[in-house]
Design a protein. Sequence first.
Length: 109
Amino acid sequence: MPAVSRTQQRLMGQAHGVRKFWDTEGKEGLNPRRIDSAYRDTIVEIAKNMKKKSLKDYASTKHDNLPEEIEESIATIIPHLSPESNKPKKYKSRKMQNLADYREFINKK
């Protein structure tokens, strides 16, 4: 997914650098301590929550023809701007639902 603005590309570039720093145990990348404290928490949170491939895709976007920023309303329309979670998705178990239905059926009889 390419970045939609230069600002987003730069932000994702920093988050990608932080992630690379963690993955290489400090041999490459961007040390989070070197980031301005006003932005550090946001960038670290993005680096934690997004997949490596997504960060790399955003960061490697060519920004020659991109606008500097986009309007807030446009950003809410584009669905891929929200970070993906690395956490496993929770699925509802159909077994428990079936068990509840079965118990209800037995009680009616």
